[in-house]
Design a protein around this ligand. Structure first.
Ligand code: ADP
Ligand code: MG
Length: 292
């Protein structure tokens, strides 16, 4: 395409809230054969709310929420915000936190008032040798409802399962259908557990998904698709999506996402809507048609 037609295309896209950072991305967009979508914050709103607190110990709910919120105050994960908000709403005060650490793709741990507190997924609990017993079934039931269950352990004992739900953006289903009608293979990628991922994928009409993908492995999935001959688009919002966004043939960042994601992507979807992807592809096609 001529520099002039690219400029026109970039301007057209901008009117639709799609910021294209380089002309090459605009030209490649129409050639995308596979679109990889992150789940949390990309397909979903990224503002999860606490839905269930299932107590599995003799601790009371207030203490559980207090410890959980104290712990999550140290994390920037969307799941952490849900916990902190829930505690705030219920007027639960924070305790004091020491030795905090976040374990990417797993959860968080710290010491609170002399107790060792762990919060995260099954992988984290298994690695820390916390016995889950048949509470795994409770977690699976919650996950089948498209909720994300997290295990909460205090001094090596499972104390509660806390579930959060993150609503699907109102136009995600339609936007995904639009891509599929364009002949694009849509793939969902998430660090979340398999059962939750399956429930969300089904709701939005995606049959191709990878769950429990560690942050460092997200870009490997992009590479695998490229090796299989796909021209890969990737859309994400998180720090953990940044390497995948950079590696994809065209990276799309959600405008409300993290700065790192936006800097790693070629295109920013200012409205946060996945319709921006098909809009960018349409502008790309029109731009290439103009030069002929
Ligand atoms: P996603 O791809 O959905 O953004 P992540 O790789 O960030 O997922 O996290 C994967 C899983 O690790 C989460 O679904 C959750 O179970 C657990 N996890 C990560 N961070 C936290 C946290 N701050 N608190 C509790 N659990 C967490
Ligand atoms: Mg995300």
């Amino acid at each position: 395409a001529t520099p002039m037609s690219v400029m026109v295309g970039v301007g057209k896209a901008a009117e639709a809230g799609v910021l294209i950072r380089n002309g090459e991305a605009l030209q490649t967009a129409s050639k995308i054969t596979a679109m990889v979508l992150d789940k949390t914050g990309t397909i979903t709103l990224g503002s999860p709310k606490v839905t269930d607190i299932v107590i599995t110990s003799d601790m009371d709910e207030t203490t559980i929420l207090k410890y959980a919120a104290t712990l999550e105050a140290g994390s920037e994960h969307p799941l952490a915000l849900a916990i902190v908000e829930s505690a705030k709403e219920k007027g639960v005060e924070n305790g004091t936190l020491t030795n905090f650490s976040a374990i990417a793709g797993h959860g968080v741990e710290a010491n609170i008032e002399g107790k060792r507190v762990l919060f995260g997924n099954e992988k984290l609990m298994k690695e820390q040798k916390i016995a889950l017993g048949d509470h795994v079934e409770t977690a699976q039931l919650l996950a089948a409802e498209a909720k994300t269950p997290m295990y909460f352990a205090v001094d090596n004992q499972l104390a509660a399962i806390i579930a959060v739900a993150d609503p699907i953006k109102s136009d995600s289903i339609a936007a995904i259908q639009r891509l599929q009608h364009n002949g694009i293979r849509v793939v969902m990628l998430t660090g979340d557990n398999r059962a939750t991922a399956k429930a969300v994928a089904e709701k939005v009409g995606i049959s191709d998904f990878f769950a429990e993908v560690l942050p460092e492995d997200k870009s490997k999935k992009i590479q695998e698709l490229q090796m299989a001959g796909e021209i890969v688009g990737m859309t994400g919002d998180g720090i953990n999506d940044a390497p995948a966004l950079a590696l994809a043939n065209v990276g799309f960042a959600i405008g409300t996402g993290t700065d790192v994601a936006i800097e790693s992507a070629d295109i920013t979807l200012m409205r946060g809507s996945l319709h921006g992807i098909a809009d960018a592809i349409a502008v790309s096609k029109a731009t290439l048609r103009n030069i002929k």
